[in-house]
Design a protein around this ligand. Sequence first.
Ligand code: IMP
Length: 439
Amino acid sequence: MNKGFIDVVVGLQWGDEGKGKNIDELLSSKLYFGVARFHGGANAGHTLKLGSITFIGHIVPSGCLHKNIELYIGNGVVVDVMSLVSEMRQLKDVGFNITKRLYISDRAKLVSYLHPFLDQADEHRRNKLGTKVGSTSRGIGPAYSDVRARRALLIGDVQLPDFEQKEKILSEFHMNLLNLYRDKYGFEIPEEKIKEARAKWIEAVKELKKLQICDVSSLVLKRLSEGKNILAEGAQGLMLDMDFGDYPNVTSSNVLPVNVCLGLGVPHTYIRDIYGVMKAYTTKVGGGNFPSRIKDEALEKAFQKAGNEFGATTGRPRMCGWIDMFALRRAISLSGVNKIFINKADICLSDKIKVVTGYKSGTKVFKEFPLYLDQVTDVVTEEIPGWGNKNFGISDKKKVSKELASYLDYIKSKLSDLDVKIVSVGTGPDRNHFFNWDK
Ligand code: IMP
């Protein structure tokens, strides 16, 4: 019989839904013993707030600002060791030394110092073809390519005597690739920059060796057998899933919650609730079509400003769009989400808001989600009343404006066949800026 359980939190849109804040909210229930990352790398960015402390994490799991929570980095993660060491240092500086409660899987993979350059080089190639993905340039694609091609460095390798040799072989291979990008596509990285990156990486690897590298799958299974519950933290969002996102404008890992089993090393029987996180509107960074994008430039800018829609990893302004129920229904169906968090519901900047309910190509209305979003030329929309700035900071369901209440009912009615609950609605950046809805 299973003793503990795993709940999963995933993004339902294009990432940046505010998952970190919801994880914080879930942790305050004291139900969980640990938080685990199971895919992705330092391309993710979660902003965590605690009193006067604001911490932007990329690779350290959310939950780092809760002193009794264990943190796990699963085998499915590609670890940017420089980010890891720097985030740990920043956390220590504000009184959160996580060294003794962070466990890194020996089967997780190392992002090398040349992976970000390879990422930039391939983006340069794609740019020439007009097919830029808008990668965060954190080396995620090249790192996962090495994993699939069976030449990656595992985190556990750093403890083995042949690590230097393995690293040399891989770096040589990467340099050959970079030379190819130079000769064929005119992309060149100055030698000095490579030397500098290598020196920093070697230092960070030395720090990594001092950390708790272990079989995280066994550890998590042990915790579960002790009756302890774990929260699995998704990165990015369903529209960026390698298989079900808008390929090739996707990230290089599977965002879907079933990937918890593979990326953490646990059987599916432990999985209990799947929380899906969305914003009351939609944002996107990077390449590819964005069907629900707001066409009024000034209104889009106003959303960027009001929602502080600038990338936590890259600082890029995020494109803003109306809520896309067509994409959301698919994300929820694919992921088996049963509970929903809606964030940034305080932000509403017009009297009427649009809801995208379908996609069109010319006069044809899509019945199924299209193979490529580029095929979408127009959208089907409905219009409902907006609520202005009436709901900022509300934490009591009874105080919610009638327009926002009817918006939440509207979303539920659109999802009525999917058996989901809207558990909580965010109304501002602080920990207490939310109200429970369907509980
Ligand atoms: P990569 O995973 O960094 O190569 O980026 C691939 C695509 O995913 C790009 O369009 C990025 O903008 C997007 N992306 C990756 N991570 C995030 C994230 O955490 N939030 C939003 N978009 C992301």
